[in-house]
Design a protein around this ligand. Structure first.
Ligand code: 13P
Length: 265
């Protein structure tokens, strides 16, 4: 972080935890946050669709200070789209956030750049806060094509987006080779990519957009990545499935932000 925006840590539970397990994890996160509140960091959990209502209920009834998001949304408002869920349905459930274009959806569920752009528009048009996921595969990184690759992903999703929706957009850089592999991008790689993303976003008119990193983030590596990688937080997969490791990542962001704020004052 340099001149930091408020940090954001999102736990993407992917296709893990049934609704009973999801409620349990939500409550554990609530207990830990009550004991040691995150003073500066916004925390969001992203359970599977079928858990959303239960998780949102306990978050509201137990006043757990986390936002709740969905992992995907269909770009259409309704109609013949078997198996899909619309932004209006998510809004009606009280869901505030949605991931858009996660690499697993791009790779396994035929989500190309056009669909990602349509999905982003549908999300923000309905008032959801969208986390646009970008990131290159291993072979692109090896060919040194990563900057151009993610710039094109950003341009295709954001060009022409009505500026009134810009404040609803967060970008998550998740290099595909680092997801679930235990291989984390080095702090130098994260720092270089973060600054590339920020300048690309500024060219596209988004100057105050938070940039997150995702890919094998855990309790051990979060502090150095947030301090040296200049990111505004994390999109966490595996380590978000245990309250302790997830909260350790939150804590790393909180401490880093506090340190930066002290230095500035
Ligand atoms: P891991 O943290 O398990 O590598 O997953 C990252 C991710 O894909 C979060 O969206």
């Amino acid at each position: 972080m340099t001149n930091p925006l408020k940090p954001l840590v999102i736990g993407n539970w992917k296709m893990n935890l049934d609704f009973v397990e999801a409620v349990h994890l939500g409550q554990q996160i609530g207990v830990l946050l009550r004991h040691a509140p995150a003073e500066h960091t916004e925390v969001v959990v992203v359970p599977p669709f079928v858990d959303l209502r239960s998780v949102n209920s306990i978050v509201a009834s137990e006043r757990i200070p986390v936002g709740v998001g969905a992992q995907h949304v269909n770009p259409h408002d309704n109609g013949a789209h078997t198996g899909e869920v619309s932004a209006t349905m998510l809004k009606r459930l009280g869901v505030e956030w949605v991931l858009v274009g996660h690499s697993e959806r791009r790779a396994m569920y035929a989500m190309d750049d056009v669909v990602v752009a349509e999905t982003l528009r549908a999300a923000v048009r309905n008032g959801l806060r969208a986390v646009l996921c970008v990131g290159e595969p291993q072979e692109v990184r090896e060919d040194d094509g990563h900057d151009a690759y993610v710039a094109s992903q950003l341009a295709s999703a954001l060009t022409g987006l009505d500026p009134k929706f810009h404040e609803l957009v967060t970008v998550a850089y998740e290099p595909i080779w680092a997801i679930g592999t235990g291989l984390t991008a080095s702090t130098e790689q994260v720092r270089a990519m973060t600054s590339h993303l920020r300048s690309t976003l500024a060219r596209l008119g988004l100057k105050e957009c938070r940039v997150l990193y995702g890919g094998s983030v855990n309790a051990e590596n979060a502090a150095s990545i947030v301090a040296e990688g200049l990111v505004d937080g994390f999109l966490v997969g595996g380590a978000s499935l245990k309250a302790e490791s997830f909260l350790a990542v939150v804590r790393a962001c909180d401490d880093c932000y506090a340190l930066m704020a002290n230095r500035r004052s």
